[in-house]
Design a binder for this molecule. Structure first.
Ligand SMILES: [Zn+2]
Length: 175
């Protein structure tokens, strides 16, 4: 049983690393300044922001790291319903008195990936989750909530995250 568990972890880790190797377009996004990032996200044909999230981005309230990961994911995926970022999200993490990273523009929820709601059976959402977890620092989000929990830092899943991907940074200004 122990051997089986170890090889499963190895396969999982290899999968994440393997996907990480092909995320080189992220290097391009990481070199854009804030106004260019905002313009790129707002005009991207595969990034569809919900109205509250759209105005958060327009108003310059969103952390550069969040903008960059949207651009990176959009290289490979249709992000059909993106938000909330700040507007429309609760100030606190649900069930706690801990302020959410959403409140500071440091987190985004992605509700639909590749034309379908995020769920355990959405293969594109699974790949997108692995991509987020395989990004190099400082692009790699500190929090990646999804229907899947991988044995790596920041990955989590719970009842609130079975229908969307949450990507958030606990640190300020990921420019
Ligand atoms: Zn969230």
């Amino acid at each position: 049983l122990k051997v089986a568990a170890v090889s499963f972890l190895s396969i999982l880790t290899l999968g994440i690393v393997g996907i990480g190797l092909i995320v080189s377009p992220g290097v391009v996004a990481s070199e854009l300044d804030q106004p260019a990032l905002i313009g790129a996200v707002l005009s991207h044909p595969r990034i569809h922001l919900l109205s509250g999230a759209n105005s958060d981005v327009e108003r310059g309230l969103v952390d550069p790291g969040v903008l960059k990961i949207l651009l990176i994911l959009a290289e490979e995926h249709e992000l059909t319903r993106v938000g909330p970022i700040i507007s429309g999200h609760s100030y606190y993490v649900r069930g706690t008195t801990r302020p959410s990273n959403h409140a500071f523009g440091r987190a985004v929820d992605i509700l639909w990936v590749d034309g379908a709601p995020v769920s355990y059976s959405n293969a594109g959402a699974l790949v997108a989750t692995k991509t987020l977890l395989s990004l190099p620092e400082p692009l790699r989000p500190d929090e990646v909530g999804s229907p899947w929990r991988f044995p790596v830092r920041g990955s989590f899943s719970d009842a609130d995250h079975l229908g969307h991907i949450h990507a958030g940074y606990s640190k300020k200004d990921n420019s």
